[in-house]
Ligand binder design. Structure first.
Ligand code: HEC
Ligand code: HEC
Length: 371
């Protein structure tokens, strides 16, 4: 227990200090640009490469977009990039990474990552911020339904491409940025350049329609700073590692020796079976919405925690929103360390929540259901 508590304290210290890697953990800005870029590279590899790919090629996990693409780098402002990293895209696998949201990164580190992303840019910035788009959203709707919905979803919810209706996206994406994306596309991805297929007015119409996809109140709310202060993660001493410690072990039939359906996990929890549930996402996500009793075991901190997990064969299920990348990473690492009774929640937490299964939020968990 003491070692667990000690390493938990270490983890919290690391989280609190924002795992400084190379960048000052104070919020002083380091001045040497090469040093900032190197630090950004280290941070990128640790926190971002899992989904966005080692070299920013994207699609490491599901729909994580390319970040090394020239069209994106040309049209994205520093503010847009910083906001995307700091605040994330709630409701998608993109976490909020800033400490203000309970994530692991301080402002200096977020800036270092942005500087590193910019080092991939080969062509000058396009001046899109001043562009005023005056399209007709009603006309744009038809174009959208025919040409865009298949990938971005009828309501912009994202099928297998970026969720265009996401309030945090719309709050920071300028009209010029949207117009540039539609017009120039994103070389190397499935997003084609629509200037070859649509008239300029039609592009403006569809941009107006994308704007109209957002719920105005949610878009305005996305710009509001997070509630202060963000609650600390609870100390391990206050957390229960094992759910239903007195119960019989949960029993699962795994698909491909790996995946367990959400319905099976929910059923075993309802039956009071013993289980450890691991939330593999960034800590900000754990604070926002989790399976009750799940431990924060972010994929980038696993090593600090794995040593302390029970070695008595208690079944462990890891989940994320990707829906497999971060949880798969955690399960692979645990299996390498001899935790064989481990599984990945097949559909991920978003599906779990959609089913109306129990959800906890905030730093304190509801007590696990009694036997
Ligand atoms: C668990 C997977 C995952 C991880 C880890 C992750 N991202 Fe993302 N990221 C995504 C997904 C998915 C999206 C698209 C979300 C959507 O559907 O709108 C995204 C979107 C973004 C965007 C917005 C791009 C745009 O034009 O809309 C940026 C910038 C970004 N991520 C940077 C980062 C950085 C930097 C890190 C590391 C600190 C990171 N991401 C870590 C999955 C991830
Ligand atoms: C075949 C699938 C597909 C179709 C059809 C498609 N897109 Fe995309 N779109 C994507 C993908 C994938 C991305 C992200 C590319 C990347 O990695 O940068 C994207 C990116 C975008 C972006 C930038 C989003 C961001 O976060 O940076 C906008 C805006 C956009 N698409 C609008 C449209 C519009 C409008 C249409 C129809 C006229 C359309 N797309 C059709 C797949 C598609």
């Amino acid at each position: 227990m003491r070692t667990w508590a000690a390493s938990w304290a270490l983890l919290l210290a690391l989280l609190g200090a924002g795992c400084d890697d190379d960048v000052d953990s104070t919020d002083r800005r380091p001045t040497d640009p090469a040093r900032v870029e190197r630090a950004g590279e280290g941070l990128y590899r640790r926190y971002c490469a899992l989904c966005h790919g080692r070299d920013g090629e994207g699609y490491g996990a599901d729909n994580a977009p390319m970040l090394a693409g020239q069209e994106w780098l040309r049209s994205a402002s520093d503010e847009f990039i910083t906001a995307a990293i700091a605040n994330g895209r709630p409701g998608t696998p993109m976490s909020a990474w800033s400490r203000a949201h309970g994530g692991p990164l301080n402002d200096t580190q977020i800036e270092a990552i942005r500087v590193y992303l910019r080092s991939w840019q080969r062509t000058p910035r396009a001046n899109v911020e001043e562009t005023v788009v005056e399209g007709d959203a009603r006309r744009g709707r038809l174009i959208y339904v025919l040409q865009c919905a298949e990938c971005h979803g009828a309501r912009g919810e994202g099928v297998d491409a970026v969720a265009l209706a996401n309030p945090a996206f719309l709050a920071t994406a300028s009209d010029g940025f949207l117009q540039y994306a539609v017009s120039h596309g994103r070389t190397g991805t499935r997003m084609v350049a629509f200037r070859d297929r649509l008239e300029p007015e039609q592009i403006d119409d569809v941009v107006a329609f994308i704007r109209a996809l957002g719920d105005p109140a949610a878009v305005a709310g996305a710009l509001r700073p997070p509630p202060e202060p963000v609650p600390d993660l609870p100390a391990l001493a206050d957390m229960q590692l094992v759910i239903n410690p007195q119960g019989r072990p949960a029993h699962f039939t795994l698909r491909e020796d790996r995946f367990v359906p959400a319905a099976d996990v929910q059923r075993e929890l309802e039956r009071g079976r013993r289980i450890v549930i691991l939330d593999a996402r960034a800590t900000s996500d754990w604070l926002r919405q989790r399976i009750p009793g799940a431990l924060p075991v972010p994929f980038y901190e696993l090593d600090a925690i794995a040593a302390e997990l029970p070695r008595d064969g208690t079944p462990m299920v890891a989940y994320c929103a990707c829906p497999h990348a971060a949880s798969g990473h955690v399960v692979d690492a645990l299996r390498r360390q001899g935790f064989t009774n481990t599984a990945v929640l097949d559909e991920g937490i978003d599906f779990w929540a959609q089913q109306g299964y129990p959800i906890a939020t905030g730093p304190l968990d509801a007590p696990a259901p009694a036997e």
